[in-house]
Ligand binder design. Structure first.
Ligand SMILES: *[C@@H]1O[C@H](CO)[C@@H](O)[C@H](O)[C@H]1NC(C)=O
Ligand SMILES: *[C@@H]1O[C@H](CO)[C@@H](O)[C@H](O)[C@H]1NC(C)=O
Ligand SMILES: *[C@@H]1O[C@H](CO)[C@@H](O)[C@H](O)[C@H]1NC(C)=O
Ligand SMILES: *[C@@H]1O[C@H](CO)[C@@H](O)[C@H](O)[C@H]1NC(C)=O
Length: 531
């Protein structure tokens, strides 16, 4: 048989090799063939092979057939022409149809590894369909395991990111004790002779609202360290009542002169009464709200019914930070700082890496809010946010009021023109929509602070270039290191905050380089630099 087929011929007529010159098949088929038949077949081959080649070459040239390889042609013509009378060609679809059926095996009966499968196949002499069924079962079982693991991971991440780490608790406690025992920790911030600078519109005012002392220390230290004119910097740090003493103690004991730092507790703002912030009161007193954000987030739900990404989003939406007053304070900036004209508002999960003074000189063209837009940019995932990402467009009120493709912008680093703000009724619109959402049982949107702000600032946003504010370091593990190095402000929005164990190790150093690890309180609380 092989004598008649020269190597070059084999190569030219690939199809005939698989179709009817495969040595294995010949062996099997030979049993059914008489020598006489074999003789005629060989004779036929001698004439037919060149013919097959020429025809298939023609077909290929003409492109008459989608199937452009000779092999393909031969598979179609070859077996039908030559073998039909003797053996039935293997029906190609049959081999795979087994994969479309449902899997019968339960995971327990399946081999654990490919090695085990091969061993089993060898022992039990599996045919192809059985082998395929086994493989399919293994792939499906693995997919299910991966899904379950991802769900579990989403839960763990949620718990790891909503708890306050021991080190941060310790720091707040030790500093609170220091505040009551050490007069130096209680000294006026800033000293009375510098107080007029707190309202001097010629200076660069920054506002930060947080209950996290370590995070505040990084934001303030990084800003001052990278400022071209640190003596122009005035930081207004707002914190809650329970953290006030610790925050004050930290900035008294670690002054960053010539920059000025003021620490204020929410209880020290006369304006911040329940009458002025009705929505906050509703959010903080409603039992439903408390349960929604602080309750057991998995009670009464079967987490395996979710897809991992949906569960992660669901848990994120119920993060207690969304009803923290710290998060809503920024909407009251004009009232909280009646003497100021222009401020830069920073979140506590940012690091400032450049001089920010150009932001105060930036012309906002009469707009209230200078912000980085998040619907276009180099990072296709992080920078893909439009209104439809934040609102429930299945709700008729949302659908008829807003454009789902409108570009969103980000909180984290905003330039606010408080003068323009006081002319526009931004807070009123914000309150109106918060109330609507509460009355509608949070069906308009879930995440608490940005969506009502997107509405309230609509038409009052001046886009600033994206290198001023890089987002996503708390959820995008693939954040570009190049862009991270270059950005003026980097923002760890997402669950992987740099002070948590779930932080991304390669992104943490941009933050931790501003933590003073030689500080006695940081050392005593075992807050360690993890490279
Ligand atoms: C949870 O849901 C999955 C799939 O929907 C189901 O197989 C499982 O039995 C459910 N578990 C409970 C405890 O209801
Ligand atoms: C909101 O939920 C409460 C019960 O939790 C229900 O009585 C009320 O009708 C709901 N309101 C709307 C607008 O769905
Ligand atoms: C979105 O709005 C629709 C219509 O009111 C409502 O049925 C649905 O539950 C809302 N979705 C969410 C996630 O609240
Ligand atoms: C770090 O803390 C120590 C002790 O509180 C202080 O002496 C030192 O100046 C601080 N370093 C920086 C860079 O702030």
């Amino acid at each position: 048989m092989q004598v008649h087929i020269s190597p070059s011929m084999r190569r030219i007529t690939v199809s005939t090799t698989t179709g009817f010159l495969d040595p294995m098949k010949i062996k099997g088929a030979a049993r059914y063939l008489s020598y006489r038949c074999l003789f005629w077949t060989m004779l036929l081959l001698v004439f037919l092979l060149p013919f097959v080649f020429i025809t298939s070459a023609l077909v290929t040239l003409e492109g008459a057939n989608k199937c452009s390889s000779i092999g393909c042609f031969g598979r179609k013509i070859g077996p039908r022409l030559i073998w039909k009378r003797h053996t039935a060609p293997p029906k190609v679809p049959d081999r795979y149809s087994v994969l479309l059926g449902s899997t019968i095996q339960t995971a327990a009966e399946l081999p654990d590894s490919i090695e085990a499968l091969v061993e089993e196949a060898r022992m039990k002499q599996y045919d192809m369909p059985t082998l395929l069924m086994q493989l399919k079962g293994m792939v499906e079982a693995n997919e299910e395991r991966v899904r379950a693991a991802k769900l579990q991971e989403a839960l763990y991440r949620h718990y790891a990111s909503s708890g306050v780490p021991k080190g941060l608790h310790c720091l707040a406690l030790k500093l609170t004790v220091e505040y009551s025992s050490n007069a130096r920790a209680r000294q006026d911030l800033p000293s009375p002779d510098l107080a007029p600078r707190l309202t001097d519109p010629a200076l660069h005012h920054l506002v930060l609202a947080t209950d996290n002392v370590l995070a505040a220390s990084v934001v303030v230290a990084s800003t001052v360290h990278n400022a071209a004119d640190p003596e122009k910097i005035v930081f207004h740090v707002i914190t809650d009542k329970k953290t006030y003493a610790a925050m004050h103690a930290w900035f008294s004991l670690n002054p960053l002169s010539p920059a000025i730092v003021e620490v204020k507790g929410v209880h020290q703002f006369d304006w911040l009464t329940r009458d002025n912030v009705p929505v906050l009161q509703a959010m903080e007193t409603s039992q439903d709200m408390k349960w929604y954000y602080h309750g057991d987030h998995t009670a009464g739900t079967n987490i395996s019914q979710y897809s991992p990404t949906v569960l992660a989003a669901y848990l994120q939406a119920r993060s207690p930070k969304y009803i923290s007053i710290m998060n809503h304070l920024r909407i009251y900036l004009p009232e909280l700082f009646p003497e100021l004209e222009k401020v830069v508002f920073l979140d506590d999960d940012v690091v400032v890496q450049k001089d920010l003074s150009p932001l105060w000189d930036m012309d906002l063209h009469g707009k209230v809010n200078g912000a980085v837009e998040t619907c276009h940019g180099d990072d296709a995932w992080v920078m893909s946010k439009t209104f439809k990402n934040y609102f429930n467009f299945s709700h008729p009120i949302i659908a008829k009021t807003f454009d789902p493709d409108k570009c969103a912008w980000a909180y984290g680093m905003n330039v606010f023109d408080l003068h323009a703000w006081r002319q526009a009724d931004i807070t009123g619109v914000y309150h109106y929509w918060q109330k609507q959402n509460l009355q509608l049982n949070l069906t308009l949107w879930r995440l608490g602070t940005l969506p009502p702000a997107l509405i309230a600032f609509d038409g009052n946003v001046h886009p600033i270039p994206p290198h001023w504010h890089m987002l996503g370091l708390g959820y995008n593990v693939k954040s570009s290191l190049e862009s991270t190095k270059e950005a003026a402000v980097i923002h760890y929005n997402g669950q992987a905050k740099p002070w948590l164990d779930v932080a991304f190790p390669h992104l943490r150093p941009f933050w931790s380089k501003y933590v003073n690890y030689s500080n006695e309180f940081i050392r005593q609380c075992n807050i360690l630099d993890r490279p």
